[in-house]
Design a protein around this ligand. Structure first.
Ligand code: GCO
Ligand code: MG
Length: 409
């Protein structure tokens, strides 16, 4: 059996999804997602300019050897662009394998460990009252876990994932497609530190003990500040505190651990098991956030899940709306299987346009995600629909302190 061809599509409704379709001489095809938010053309070019011509003629069933060929075979390894390209190929090969077996993908991992997988939604408010309304909306829809992001009084601009004015949806839902030059957000750590712990306490008081509350610091704090924050929010009983510091300095996490028992989630910008290894083995985190999309696909991420299981670290895969339903499906199959599953970030992409482009039977009900029993990933890709979309240049904002110092987005 051989790979005969592969094609890459860039575009989608409100996003630039990068989709690969790998064809075989057995008439079965596989789908993969190489979307790297705001850098989408780069993994697409890696696939079309370098990788696809190597794939042709390979046996698609040898997904392990092909993964090793892609990763070890490249002298300059790793990084989000390459890992997104490898991840898309790997996901497509698992899709083919499961279709050949006539089974949903989770069966190939060892079957289901649960029916519905817990997900969390994104609530955001321009101020605390607005955030409370946003949380209540999700609770009313049956969500059991909600990430909460709030506008900070006196902050010169709205910050990460927070709308400018009350009544809007969270800012990170909407990619800025006004061009590749970023907007600037202004950040003030002192204002955040004074306001946010108490706001989280008020959310807990209002919604009671059962709601799982998550909060994303988005890499904004210094290690000492993060330790103080994690300690201050201990009475809130957060489900997790995400990215308290940038993870380049992984020893910084020790300070947070020494001062608090607040669960820590990190890894949405990681690309390899080696990025995760120290945090997992030293048990400095509670949830690993890597994604199938830019974590090298199913082969590599499954290895990380197994390593994490040895150290009481549970999964909390990245699921921002930048991932297409293809990698979200790959994660849904891993979530159905993983003995150390924790939670899945999930933002309903389910616009009619998105459903038309990526038809599937996966569904969300009462805050749980149910995986399709169709063979393979259980997601298709409608090329006729895809023809109407083209690449739109966009950018993440950059962050500066009030004196102009560049900070972490
Ligand atoms: C999250 C993330 C995202 C990122 C986005 C960047 O927790 O979902 O922090 O919101 O900002 O994925 O492209
Ligand atoms: Mg995050």
């Amino acid at each position: 059996m051989k790979i005969t061809d592969a094609q890459v599509f860039v575009g989608g409704p409100a996003k630039n999804y990068v989709t690969i379709k790998i064809m075989t001489d057995a008439g079965v095809y596989g789908l993969g997602d190489a979307t790297l938010n705001n850098r989408e053309t780069l993994p697409a070019a890696y696939l079309t300019d370098y990788l696809i011509s190597n794939l042709i003629g390979m046996d698609p069933r040898q997904s392990e050897d092909i993964w090793q060929f892609l990763y070890r075979g490249a002298y300059f390894r790793g990084g989000p662009i390459a890992m997104a390209a490898y991840g898309a190929i790997d996901t497509a090969l698992w899709d083919i394998k499961a279709k050949l077996a006539g089974m949903p993908l989770y069966q190939l991992f060892g079957g289901k460990s649960r029916d519905g997988a817990l997900v969390y939604a994104h609530a955001a408010g321009a101020d605390l009252a607005d955030l409370m309304t946003s949380i209540a909306r999700y609770v009313d829809q049956g969500y059991k876990a909600v990430r909460v992001q709030c506008g900070i009084p006196g902050m010169p601009t709205a910050s990460y994932a927070v709308p400018e004015t009350a009544g809007q949806t969270g800012a990170d839902f909407i990619t800025d497609f006004s061009g590749i030059r970023p907007k600037t957000e202004i950040w003030d750590t002192d204002k955040y530190m004074r306001f946010m712990p108490d706001a989280l306490g008020q959310i807990r008081d209002k919604f009671g003990p059962d709601l799982k509350i998550l909060h994303d610091v988005h890499h904004r704090l210094l290690p000492r500040e993060a330790a103080a924050f994690a300690k201050a929010v201990e009475p809130v009983g957060l489900y997790w505190l995400e990215d308290p510091t940038p993870a380049e300095d992984q020893d910084a996490l020790k300070l947070i651990r020494q001062h608090s028992t607040t669960p820590i989630a990190i890894g949405e910008v990681f690309n390899t098991i080696w990025d995760c290894q120290k945090l997992i083995e030293q048990e400095l985190i509670d949830f690993i956030r890597i994604a199938v999309t830019y974590g090298g696909g199913i082969t590599h991420v499954k290895r990380i899940v197994d390593l994490a299981a040895l150290h009481h670290v549970r999964t909390g895969f990245h699921g921002a709306p930048s991932h297409s339903p293809i990698s979200m499906a790959a994660q849904a199959h891993l979530n159905a299987w993983a003995p150390n599953f924790g939670i899945q970030e999930y933002l309903v992409l389910g616009t009619p346009e998105c459903d038309a482009l990526f038809p599937s039977k996966h569904y969300l009900k009462d805050g749980l995600f149910y995986v399709s029993d169709d063979p393979g990933l259980g997601v298709d890709f409608d090329e006729g629909e895809a023809a109407q979309y083209e690449y739109k240049p966009g950018s993440h904002p950059v962050v500066r302190l009030q004196d102009g110092t560049l900070w972490n987005y």
